[in-house]
Design a binder for this molecule. Structure first.
Ligand SMILES: Nc1ncnc2c1ncn2[C@@H]1O[C@H](COP(=O)(O)OP(=O)(O)OP(=O)(O)O)[C@@H](O)[C@H]1O
Ligand SMILES: [Mg+2]
Length: 229
């Protein structure tokens, strides 16, 4: 369980804000091990989403290195990154990011379709995932008919479809009442136990940190580990 799955080495990211370069990340370094659940906390605008997208290969850092499950993301081209994002990395965007025109089944099926999994196998896998997240019977529902917690669980199932090494979740409990937030956090814990998945949760809610093995604070462009209780 000591294998490093995510390594960030001196990661810098600048954005041009009001025509001036502003360093949002100013030398972020951290390592995360297989099977760990890690929380990243920080004020709005601290760069949490930016950092998570960099870990997902969705944004490129201006400086520094990012290694995910042995792959040096910063050395890969867009095609290789896209493949990695569909296999090794599962991303749960800030608003769940479901495709509103597709059903629950089709949303979860999408990464399998992209990975070239055949139809019968896709059907089996999606049904398994729907059962796993406790949404049996809702296969044909469109996202607009789901509750916030259900949408998050579908987004998590979609991220889990190709059994990634790491799931990166951006504010997965935002806009949920605490009972539903806990359900989402318990689902992450179950995923980690069942599949050994590493899970990184970005959150502005300090209560979420009680569910994580390690806690980091992102502030002033730097990531610091908050010592355990
Ligand atoms: N594509 C972009 N272009 C320019 N500035 C950006 C871009 N994306 C983010 N920023 C800026 O970078 C800073 C960090 O944004 P980011 O979304 O990473 O913060 P956050 O910690 O996720 O905030 P929140 O808690 O509100 O989601 C903000 O000041 C934001 O305005
Ligand atoms: Mg954000």
């Amino acid at each position: 369980m000591s294998e490093i799955v995510v390594a960030l080495r001196d990661v810098w990211k600048y954005y041009t804000i009001e025509s001036r370069p502003v360093a949002v990340l100013r030398g972020v370094s951290a390592t995360i091990k297989r099977g760990e659940i890690v929380g990243i906390h920080g004020p709005s605008g601290a760069g949490k989403t930016t950092l998570l997208k960099i870990m997902a290969g969705l944004e490129k850092p201006d400086r520094g290195e990012v290694v995910v499950d042995g792959y040096l993301l910063t050395a890969l081209d867009d095609k290789a990154l896209a493949t990695l994002r569909n296999t090794v990395i599962g991303f749960v965007p800030q608003d769940a990011g479901l495709i509103e025109e597709l059903t629950v089944f089709e949303n979860i099926e999408l990464p399998l379709l992209i990975a070239g999994v055949d139809k019968e196998e896709r059907r089996k896998r999606v049904e398994e995932l729907i059962e796993y997240i406790g949404l049996r019977g809702r296969e044909k529902a469109l996202p607009k008919y789901l509750s916030g917690g259900e949408r998050q669980r579908v987004a998590i199932a979609r991220a889990l479809a190709n059994t990634p090494s790491v799931i990166l979740a951006d504010e997965p409990t935002a806009n949920l009442d605490w009972a539903n937030a806990k359900r989402v956090l318990q689902l992450f814990d179950r995923i980690r136990r069942d599949f050994g998945t590493t899970i990184v949760i970005v959150t502005h809610d300090p209560r979420v940190l009680e569910f994580t093995d390690r806690k980091f604070l992102l502030e002033d462009g730097l990531l610091r580990e908050i010592p355990g209780l």
